[in-house]
Design a protein around this ligand. Structure first.
Ligand SMILES: [Fe+2]
Length: 382
């Protein structure tokens, strides 16, 4: 299940220690703590600096790294995309030529679990790339200026830092093409940890993301913190015109709410969606407060409803579960973990996904606190 937290991604590591029951071949301290997915019959725990860690369904015993019969190596994003039509899994990795390098890897795994491609290419500069964008026909690689620098790291300065002068690049590639065909679009500096969804719209590509004006969690190269007023994410639409005569892409904020952890009904991944959800901060509380509510939006980011917790309580990423395989888009539930501050314990909350305003329709009241976490997914038995 999902957990609440700001996403503090990978390679600055030290997020956790190797688990005591981890197999001996997990020698580099991977904690597999960012996301968990189910694809081609395998339950895979993900953390972006490592290969997927296979988990045994039922017992949750750790089986070890899964490298797709030796065809995939190195880092592997915690945010791969599963094509809802073909069941193909599309992934990338950054630091693909070693720590703090500008190399990215890209690959795909077919519905049977076989690696069908794996290649590497150079990005404009070394950066932290937490998520990427996949549509029915395209894959997009955001290179945004939380930059990585071995020279800084070796001199005791921040290995990752906010360098807006580097600008924002997004590489656009056809899924049927190769890395040699990537076209780089540019825009004002920003940072994005998470993409809600994206789709092809004629000669355009539209991507809805949670965009920060300045990077959170990481300092300037000299160690100064970034501006907290700008280090908050808002729902934002990126538009790429593949037929235009410009290499610029457009960025348009869709709301002013502070939010993170966007999700959709994953049966619309890469296709135009009509529903989306994300965790939000309470706008009546101090602006940069913790995530304490859920927003339901339509396909253009317009709020259809929202729910706010009592002051002090916090909430995780909302995970969508469809009512049935053939239910209409958005017809189902949201699962989220709520931390009850006064009692210091957690509830697993179930919301009607199309009526979050009504509050949870069911609560699994836990006698303990569920620690903050990042992402999750529902895996049914059928
Ligand atoms: Fe994430």
């Amino acid at each position: 299940m999902a957990r609440r937290a700001r996403c503090r991604p990978g390679p600055v590591r030290r997020l956790g220690r190797k688990l005591p029951d981890a197999p001996a071949n997990l020698t580099d301290g991977g904690v597999a703590n960012t996301n968990i997915i189910f694809h081609a019959g395998k339950l895979l725990a993900l953390e972006e600096a490592h290969l997927p860690t296979e988990i045994e369904p039922g017992t949750l015993a750790t089986r070890g790294y899964h490298n797709y019969q030796g065809r995939v190596a190195g880092s592997f994003t915690a945010h791969p995309k599963i094509d809802p039509v073909t069941r193909e899994l599309v992934f990338f990795g950054y630091n693909a030529a070693g720590p703090l390098t500008p190399a990215l890897s890209y690959g795909s795994i077919d519905a049977s679990g076989k690696a069908t491609r794996f290649e590497r290419f150079e990005a404009p500069y070394a950066s932290m790339v937490h998520d990427f964008i996949v549509t029915e026909n395209h894959v997009l690689f955001p290179i945004l200026p939380i930059t990585g620098s071995m020279e800084r790291a070796m001199s005791g300065r921040p290995p990752y830092a906010w360098e807006p002068d580097k600008g924002a690049y997004v590489g656009v590639m056809k899924r049927s093409g190769t890395a040699k065909d990537i076209v780089w679009f540019r825009s004002e500096a920003c940072y994005v940890f998470h993409v809600m969804n994206a789709w092809d719209d004629g000669h355009r590509i539209v991507a809805d993301v949670m965009q920060f004006e300045e990077a959170p969690l990481f300092p300037h190269p000299d160690g100064r913190p970034t501006d907290p007023e700008k280090s908050r994410a808002r729902h934002c639409r990126w538009t790429f015109d593949l037929a235009g005569n410009t290499d610029r892409f457009q960025q348009t904020y869709l709301d002013d709410l502070t939010g993170e952890f966007p999700r959709i009904d994953d049966r619309r991944a890469g296709l135009k969606n009509r529903h989306g959800w994300y965790a939000c901060a309470n706008p009546k509380l101090p602006m940069f407060g913790a995530l304490s509510g859920i927003v339901h939006v339509d396909g253009n980011g317009r709020r259809l409803g929202h729910y706010l917790l009592p002051a002090g309580d916090t909430i995780s990423e909302p995970v969508f579960v469809e009512r049935s395989k053939d239910a209409a888009e958005g017809d189902g539930w949201l699962l989220a973990v709520i931390w009850r501050a006064r009692e210091n314990r957690s509830d697993l909350a179930v919301f009607n996904a199309t009526d979050v305003e009504a509050g949870p329709v069911a609560l699994v009241q836990l006698g303990h606190r569920v620690p903050d976490g990042f992402h999750g997914n529902w895996v049914g038995t059928a």
